[in-house]
Design a protein. Structure first.
Length: 394
């Protein structure tokens, strides 16, 4: 399968396309590479065929020649972007119009639909292969017979188009010069400057077209020499690109090694951080346990203090109650061994609160003295038995 450029290529001149196609076809013919068929693609979604497409189709007919029409398949494309009814109408128009594909179809060409699928593509190729025939294009015969490129029908058609374009440019240049004269007479400097730029562009186009005409006057020997130079230049360019790619590959390998090292170092640091985090977590857990332990100890101490305070309060209350009881007992006459004192004198000498304080103090002294083996002289006869009772209760 050989994919050739079209004559509607916006990035290449028609003369360059014709040279490339002619060179390959002639080289293939000389090396006994014979074509099985030719596939020409036409978009069915286009509402009309413009001048560029017509020029491309005309050049295609000149390249093939009528003897090769039977080996041509016209593949209509972009059916997926067109409804079947509209596409069928355009297909019928293309088949009937003499300026389009009627001459090719009348010469034995086939029109087939390509639906942008593998099946339809294989159907087109199989149609050509199954015919079991080969073809030699008209331009191959012409070049084999020693014609220069401009003497071939395709070259002559291209030269005719170049001459036509050159005539249009010349006419435009003459018109621009007339308008320039008028602008100068009116002293319109702005318009004169624009027209001067336009004339420069037109003269450049004329020069380019003349150059293209000269390039058409080339025989196959010169074309081979020209393409050989282009091939050597392309080969050198390819070699330079390969060398550059090898250098870039080395740089990429070096960068990959650096990335691998950095990744490994990062992984090691990550492991270190994770280990430190585990240690910190373990330490935090231990600190938490210690804090909880201290908290429990503090709580226990608080509870113990509260219990001690409670017991101390209970003890104080018990002592107070006992002292009151002792005071009541001491006031009873039967507890005195001698005559009891006059209650009136006692009442007159002190109030109830001082009596209670004295009795409490006395009872405590008596209790302390009893444990030491002695008693006070004044109250001992009355309080010693009671002190013993108090000590027992405590």
């Amino acid at each position: 399968m050989i994919d050739t450029p079209g004559f509607d290529d916006t990035n290449r001149r028609d003369i360059d396309v014709l040279k490339d196609v002619s060179f390959w076809l002639n080289k293939a013919y000389n090396e006994n590479i014979i074509l099985t068929g030719i596939i020409y693609l036409q978009s069915i979604s286009a509402s009309r065929i413009g001048g560029t497409a017509l020029k491309d189709l005309t050049m295609f007919k000149k390249l093939c020649g009528e003897d090769s029409y039977a080996s041509v398949v016209i593949g209509t494309t972009f059916w997926e972007d067109t409804d079947v009814h509209s596409g069928s109408l355009r297909e019928g128009q293309l088949k009937k119009e003499q300026m389009f594909y009627a001459p090719l179809l009348q010469g034995g060409a086939t029109m087939m639909r390509h639906f942008n699928q593998k099946h339809s593509a294989l159907s087109i190729v199989s149609h050509l292969v199954d015919r079991g025939t080969t073809t030699i294009l008209h331009i191959q015969k012409e070049l084999k017979n020693g014609k220069t490129l401009d003497e071939t029908e395709a070259g002559a058609e291209l030269e005719r188009a170049i001459i036509e374009e050159r005539k249009k440019s010349l006419k435009a240049l003459e018109q621009s010069r007339l308008e320039m004269q008028e602008a100068l007479e009116k002293r319109d400097e702005v318009m004169a400057a624009r027209l001067a730029e336009q004339q420069d562009e037109l003269e450049a186009i004329l020069q380019a077209k003349e150059q293209e005409r000269e390039e058409l006057r080339v025989d196959m020997e010169k074309l081979f020499q020209e393409k050989e130079q282009e091939f050597r230049a392309l080969k050198q360019q390819l070699s330079d690109q390969q060398e550059e790619q090898r250098a870039r590959a080395g740089q990429i390998q070096e960068l990959q090694a650096q990335v691998t090292g950095a990744t490994q170092e990062l992984a090691a640091r990550k492991n270190e951080v994770e280990e430190q985090n585990r240690r910190l977590e373990k330490t935090d857990q231990e600190n938490l346990r210690q804090a909880q332990k201290f908290a429990r100890m503090e709580e226990n101490l608080r509870l113990a203090n509260e219990d001690a305070e409670k017991k101390a309060l209970e003890l104080s209350n018990a002592q107070t109650d006992m002292a009151k009881m002792l005071l009541e007992i001491s006031r009873k006459p039967e507890n005195y061994q001698s005559d009891p004192p006059s209650y009136s004198s006692v009442t007159e000498d002190s109030d109830a609160s001082s009596d209670l304080d004295d009795v409490i103090a006395a009872s405590l002294l008596v209790g302390a003295g009893a444990s030491a083996g002695f008693a006070t002289t004044t109250l001992a006869p009355v309080l010693l038995p009671l002190a013993a009772v108090a000590c027992t209760m405590m």
